[in-house]
Design a protein around this ligand. Structure first.
Ligand code: SF4
Ligand code: SF4
Length: 657
């Protein structure tokens, strides 16, 4: 069956075709669609025998999969790069224990970063954990790599990381995929007890470290010599057939390898149009960065004088090239991030790489000169220069119109008024509570850190009220141990749980508080209040954040309590509900005071400086964008002049519902 698939969808198909039996992860952009695709195919009945779940966090997911692996099942773990930090405790140790059923970790990196706190590089993490990593340049390669990763895992009894980056995850291509897949059966005997093997003790760890070193050496050899790994480290020469003549080399990894191939073609084309000879050069993609394929690099680098390394995030390949050159006394210089010849952070792009390749090959000056000559002769120069990219307008991220978090932040700020406070944010849509005019987030670190950092402030800066905001999904993922700590140590903090009944930022995935699972049946939702109570939070208030006054009352009561207290703000994410009809501004009443804009900052409200009315004079008036307004009514409650009105229902005598 031929299908147009996103890279993430393709990797899900690849794992199912490889017979994966258990799939688990925690949502995180850019990785989330892998688990969702498996769930969709399972629900459609085309992925037989698979168990798929969103686990409560990444550590839970990986440990669950390790259990399944020891029982003989193939397992797929997915997360974004920071999710591996959460799962790292398990990963570091399970590599020593070694796996039984193939265990593949798809860890999606986020250069930019586009939606992350860090630009960490999972290739580094793989080397740190001594786990092999495959680094796809395209969605097609990601599909191939996931499939072979299961065999690699079982052959060497090692977990295997596949590390796509955002553009590989989210780019689409056509794939031939199976209409039906069936999970490979678990061996009849299931888990076989063997304490000398599966129980990690210091003596066993010492022995296992040697086994890990040995298998890494063997894998490095396989990556250089054996298919399909050798083709992941493919090299070629430009112009064709000039491999031996080349003294320049270009080495690239991940999506940058795809960019660099295209850039090299553009440079060759430009040189041809300008009548210049392209200096002979070699190109190599390193698709298996760890363990590094030394033999393949030895074949590639013989006779080179200079190597340019193109990669995103860290200088992993550059480091390997420097080590390789030192160890083999090779006579080539390595150019890259460390020498200022490549971008030291963020994403690469084809135009930038092409310009760097031109400089590296010594073509830039000659191309410029040739262009000037052609202009003087009145010739067409199109194609010899790269078009300037149009700079896109910057659009700052904001909470959606009608987002219930807006009401929660507003209520807490109103409740605090002039009370000195530290507002500890967390990871989720609600980090956007930092934006003006809400300005309600002073810190943000990592999942669950709002609850725990607040405790640090309560101890070190007790004159300020320590308030933590945490979303419902983050609450179950990483908040609960922090709650227990607050109650155990008697910290004076107030936790504002922003319960919008979903994991909104990553695309509305369910969590334990929803009871909805990916396997179909709905379980009894876990009660946030029950968890708070079980962890010693006995002063807990409830409020609908779209009810301004009640929310302020609840926030005031919780903040006034000395000791662990909480407010659960409950209102579903607007992506889950049918929006209400938009509100409207009564031009007869609006004074143009702008309070509706400056207090809550909903993108559905703007200001028309030319609008006039009896109370606004020439100041202008507020305007509701009916395409954006979700009718949450928060601005109706904020306007001091009752100038914003809800639509009148037909029952009340109006025209529209
Ligand atoms: S009712 Fe007001 S605050 Fe709510 S979405 Fe509409 S414009 Fe925004
Ligand atoms: S709608 Fe109300 S709050 Fe907004 S500018 Fe007019 S009077 Fe002020």
């Amino acid at each position: 069956m031929k299908k147009l698939l996103m890279g993430n969808e393709a990797m899900a198909h690849a794992a199912l075709e490889a017979g994966v039996r258990v799939v688990a992860g925690y949502p995180g952009t850019p990785s989330s669609e892998i688990v969702e695709t498996v769930a969709r195919l399972h629900a459609a009945g085309s992925a037989k025998g698979v168990h798929v779940e969103w686990s409560t966090n990444e550590k839970v997911a990986l440990e669950l999969l390790f259990g399944a692996s020891l029982a003989g099942a193939r397992g797929l773990f997915t997360c974004k790069q920071m999710g591996l930090n959460v799962a790292s405790d398990a990963l570091m140790s399970l590599n020593y224990v070694s796996v039984r059923g193939g265990l593949v970790l798809v860890v999606a990196d986020d250069p930019g970063p586009i939606s992350s706190q860090t630009e960490q590089d999972t290739r580094r993490f793989a080397a740190f954990a001594k786990v092999p990593v495959l680094d796809p340049a395209t969605p097609e390669q990601a599909f191939d790599m996931v499939k072979v990763a299961f065999d690699l895992s079982e052959r060497f009894h090692t977990p295997v990381i596949v590390r796509p980056t955002t553009r590989v995850d989210h780019a689409s291509a056509f794939f031939e995929v199976a209409e039906q897949t069936e999970a490979l059966p678990v061996p009849d005997e299931g888990f076989e007890r063997d304490v000398s093997k599966w129980v990690i003790f210091p003596r066993r760890a010492f022995q296992a470290h040697g086994e890990i070193n040995e298998r890494l050496r063997a894998m490095a050899g396989a990556f250089s010599q054996e298919e399909p790994f050798a083709s992941f480290n493919e090299s070629f020469a430009m112009p064709q057939g000039q491999f031996d003549a080349a003294t320049f080399g270009i080495v690239a990894g991940g999506i940058s390898a795809a960019y660099a191939r295209e850039a090299l073609r553009m440079v060759a084309q430009r040189a041809e149009q300008a009548g210049l000879a392209l200096p002979a050069c070699r190109f190599m993609q390193v698709g298996t960065p760890y363990p590094f394929p030394h033999e393949a690099m030895a074949r590639f680098s013989v006779g080179l004088s200079d190597v340019l390394v193109i990669e995103e995030l860290d200088y992993v390949l550059e480091d390997e090239l420097v080590k390789f050159a030192g160890r083999t006394h090779a006579a080539f210089n390595v150019h890259g991030k460390l020498t200022g010849d490549a971008r030291d952070r963020g994403e690469n792009d084809v135009d930038d790489i092409a310009a760097r390749i031109e400089r590296f090959l010594g073509l830039s000056g000659r191309l410029r000169l040739r262009r000037r000559e052609m202009i003087e002769r009145g010739e067409v120069v199109q194609g010899i220069e790269y078009p300037e990219a149009d700079s896109l307008p910057v659009r700052p991220p904001v909470l959606c119109p009608g987002c219930p978090h807006r009401g929660s932040f507003y209520a807490v700020k109103q409740a605090l008024r002039k009370t000195p406070a530290v507002l500890c944010g967390d990871i989720g849509c609600y980090t956007l509570g930092n934006a003006q005019p809400l300005d309600a987030v002073d810190t943000c670190l990592c999942m669950g850190a709002g609850v725990t950092m607040a405790q640090g402030f309560s101890v070190a800066d007790p004159d300020k009220k320590a308030v933590a905001f945490i979303g419902d999904s983050t609450f179950f993922a990483s908040g609960m141990t922090g709650l227990a700590n607050a109650a155990y140590n008697g910290h004076d903090i107030t936790v504002m749980v922003l319960d919008n009944a979903t994991t909104a930022m990553t695309g509305s995935q369910p969590h334990p508080g929803t009871g909805q699972t990916l396997m179909g049946p709905k379980n009894e939702p876990l009660s946030i209040e029950g968890v708070l109570a079980a962890n010693g939070f006995l002063h807990v208030y409830h409020a609908n954040p779209l009810d301004k006054d009640a929310s302020i009352v609840a926030a005031k009561a919780a903040i006034a309590f000395e000791g662990p207290s909480a407010v659960i703000f409950e209102s579903p994410c607007i992506q889950l509900i049918t929006p209400d009809a938009p509100v409207s501004v009564d031009a007869q009443k609006c004074t143009g005071c702008k309070k509706c804009i400056t207090e809550i900052g909903c993108p559905g409200i703007s200001f028309d400086p030319h609008a006039a009315g009896p109370n606004s004079g020439s100041r202008g008036q507020a305007v509701i964008d009916t395409a954006l307004c979700n009718g949450c009514d928060l601005c109706v409650q904020v306007c001091p002049f009752k100038a914003i009105e809800c639509p009148v229902s037909p029952e009340e005598g109006g025209q529209d519902a």
